[in-house]
Write a protein that binds this ligand. Structure first.
Ligand code: HAM
Length: 501
C-alpha cells in the first residue's frame, strides 16, 4: 500500500479547537460590545497588502520588515512567457510596456533585470549560426534566460504582519478624512510574522486592535483609547494586567535624543552584545528594549527620553497622564518602552499580563501622527491605536481559570422506531427554534447505547420517544444529573425545559 503522508499544521501555526474556540468567541464578542460603546466600527482589511506599505510604515530596519514578513512576488495578470529563444524579442517588448505602465513593479531590481535582459537580447541577435557558438556566446545566451528568470514580474505583496498600516491605507484610499469627527475603527484577525515559535509566540497569530484617525491629537484621545482597552480587560476579568506608558517625543526632539543616545552607546559599545552593537547604527532606541542580563546595568545609566522631550511633547505627555488620572486608570511610567515599529511618536504603551512567561506583552500601541502623510494621505492627519495579542490574552485568561464555557447540550433526543424518528425530527426543529441545543441521533440505536451517549455528551436532559410515548402523545424526559424521569406532553416539555438551569 502506498505510504499515505500524514499532514500536520506547518511550524508556528495552529488550530484553535472547541472548547477553546468558545473562549475566543467570547473575547471577540466582548470586544465588539465594548468598542461599540465607544463609537468604534469594524474594518475588515485584506491580509495581502503591497510589501512597500509595510516597508514604508513599519520601517526597513525593524525586525518585522527585515526578517519576519511572508513576502512573495505574484504573477502579472497577462504575460505570455517565451517558449523558444526566437520569442524573446516579442516578450521583451511586452514586458517593457507593462514595466512602463507600472503593471510590472518599477523597482530598481526590475530596472536592473530589464536592462540586462535587453543587453542579452541584443547580443543574442548578433550571434552566428549555432554550430559556431563560442563559450562567450553561450554565456550571453545564459544571461538572456537568467535575466528573464530574475525579473520579479508581478506585484510584490506580503501577508500583513500587523494592521495599522492597512487601516491607514484604507483611510486614505476611501477618503475617510471627510467623515465628521474622528474615524474610529477596530479590527480582529490573523497576522503573520516569521518569528521563532514558543509559548505565546506564533507565526500566524491574532490581534484585536483599534485605531483613531483624524486631525486632533488631543491627549484625551490617547487616554480614552487606553480606557477602552482597560474596560475590555476588566469586562473579561483579566487579572494582573500592568499598563506601562512612555512618550518617545516627535520629529522635533527625538532625532537629537537619538544622537545623544548613540553617542553614549558608542562609549560602551564593547560591553554590549552583537544585536545591540548593530542597533547603535540602525536604531539606537531599540537597545533600550534589550532583555540581555549583562546589558541592564549599562542601559540603566543611559540618557532618558522623558528628560529630552521638547516643550510640546512634554506638555502632551503630562496632559495624557492627567487625562488618565481623570479616568482612574492606573499605569506605570517606563522610560525604556520604545516599541519595535518605526511609526510611533509621543505616547507609547504596552500591557503585560501574568501567566505568559517571557512573551508577556498582551497589548501594544501608541501614537503615530505623520504615518498617514508618509503613506500619501492628508498632511495634518493624526493617529493612535493599539493591538491586543489575542492568543496571549486567551492564554492569560486560561491560566487564571477564566476558561471556556461552551454552551452545553440541553436535550439529547433519543428515538426508537421509524414513526418516532418522524416525531423526533419535528420536535428537534421546534426545540432548536426556541433556542435549545439539541442532539438528534441520525441513526437508530439500542436504548442503552443511546442513553449512554447522552451521558457522555453531558446532555442536561434525554428526551425519549418510542412507540409507547407516541401512542400516549407524550415524551419521557430524563434529567441526567439525578436520573429523575417523567412523562410530559409537548407543552409541558417546553415549560419544563425553559429555565435552562
Ligand atoms: P505589536 O507590539 O507589534 O504592535 O503587536 C501587538 C501585540 O500583538 C503584542 O503585544 C503581542 O501581544 C501580539 N503579538 C505580536 N507578535 C506576536 C506573535 N508572533 N505571536 C503572538 N502574539 C504576537 C502592533 O502590531 C501595532 N500595530 C499595534 C498598534 C496599533 N499600534 C498602534 N495601533
Amino acid at each position: 500500500m502506498a505510504d499515505r503522508a500524514k499532514f500536520q499544521a506547518i511550524k508556528g501555526v495552529r488550530d484553535i479547537l472547541p472548547p477553546e474556540s468558545a473562549l475566543w468567541n467570547r473575547v471577540e464578542q466582548t470586544g465588539r460590545e465594548v468598542f461599540g460603546t465607544f463609537g468604534f466600527a469594524e474594518i475588515r482589511a485584506p491580509i495581502l497588502e503591497p510589501t512597500e506599505l509595510f516597508a514604508r510604515s513599519i520601517g526597513l530596519d525593524t525586525d518585522v520588515v527585515s526578517k519576519e514578513m511572508y513576502t512573495f512576488v505574484d504573477r502579472p495578470d497577462r504575460l505570455k512567457e517565451p517558449k523558444k529563444l526566437g520569442e524573446y524579442g516579442e516578450f521583451i517588448e511586452h514586458v517593457k510596456k507593462l514595466f512602463q505602465n507600472g503593471e510590472i513593479p518599477n523597482t530598481r531590481y526590475n530596472e536592473f533585470a530589464m536592462a540586462s535582459l535587453e543587453e542579452a537580447w541584443e547580443k543574442y541577435k548578433q550571434l552566428r549560426p549555432r554550430d559556431k557558438l563560442t563559450e562567450k556566446d553561450w554565456e550571453s545566451l545564459d544571461l538572456l534566460i537568467l535575466s528573464k528568470e530574475a525579473m520579479k514580474l508581478g506585484p510584490d505583496m506580503s501577508m500583513r504582519p500587523e494592521a495599522t498600516a492597512s487601516v491607514c491605507r484604507a483611510y486614505i484610499e476611501h477618503g475617510m478624512q471627510v467623515q465628521p469627527g474622528n474615524v474610529k475603527l477596530y479590527y480582529m484577525g490573523p497576522m503573520f510574522r516569521r518569528e521563532r515559535p514558543q509559548k505565546g509566540r506564533y507565526r500566524q497569530f491574532y490581534q484585536i486592535g483599534a485605531e483613531v484617525l483624524g486631525t486632533s491629537d488631543a491627549p484625551g484621545i490617547d487616554a480614552e483609547v487606553i480606557e477602552m482597552l482597560m474596560t475590555l480587560f476588566e469586562r473579561l476579568k483579566l487579572k494582573g494586567a500592568i499598563l506601562n506608558i512612555n512618550s518617545i517625543g516627535d520629529k522635533n526632539c527625538r532625532p537629537a535624543y537619538v544622537e545623544k543616545l548613540r553617542a553614549e552607546l558608542q562609549k560602551v559599545r564593547e560591553q554590549l552584545g552583537p544585536d545591540s552593537q548593530r542597533r547603535i547604527e540602525t536604531n539606537p532606541l531599540r537597545v533600550l528594549d534589550s532583555k540581555i542580563e549583562s546589558e541592564q546595568a549599562i542601559i540603566a545609566k543611559l540618557p532618558r527620553v522623558a528628560e529630552n522631550l521638547c516643550d510640546e511633547c512634554r506638555a502632551h505627555y503630562a496632559e495624557v497622564k492627567r487625562q488618565m488620572d481623570l479616568r482612574g486608570i492606573q499605569y506605570q511610567e517606563n522610560w525604556r518602552l520604545v516599541r519595535g515599529l518605526d511609526y510611533y511618536m509621543r505616547t507609547t504603551f504596552e500591557i503585560t499580563a501574568p501567566g505568559l512567561g517571557s512573551q508577556n506583552a498582551v497589548c501594544g500601541g501608541g501614537r503615530y501622527d505623520g504615518l498617514v502623510e508618509l503613506l500619501g494621505g492628508p498632511a495634518a492627519t493624526k493617529g493612535i491605536g493599539f493591538a491586543i495579542g489575542t492568543d496571549r490574552l486567551i492564554l492569560s485568561l486560561q491560566e487564571a481559570g477564566e476558561g471556556a464555557t461552551q454552551t452545553g447540550l440541553d436535550v439529547y433526543l433519543a428515538w426508537f422506531g421509524a414513526a418516532a424518528q418522524t416525531a423526533a425530527i419535528g420536535l428537534a426543529r421546534r426545540l432548536r427554534g426556541a433556542g435549545f441545543v439539541v442532539e438528534l441521533p441520525a441513526v437508530e440505536m439500542k436504548f442503552g447505547k443511546s442513553l449512554g451517549l447522552a451521558d457522555r455528551l453531558k446532555a442536561r436532559h434525554a428526551v425519549i420517544i418510542g412507540d409507547d410515548e407516541l401512542t400516549a402523545g407524550v415524551v419521557t424526559v430524563k434529567r441526567l444529573a439525578d436520573g429523575t424521569q417523567q412523562k410530559l406532553n409537548k407543552h409541558q416539555l417546553f415549560d419544563y425545559l425553559r429555565p435552562r438551569a
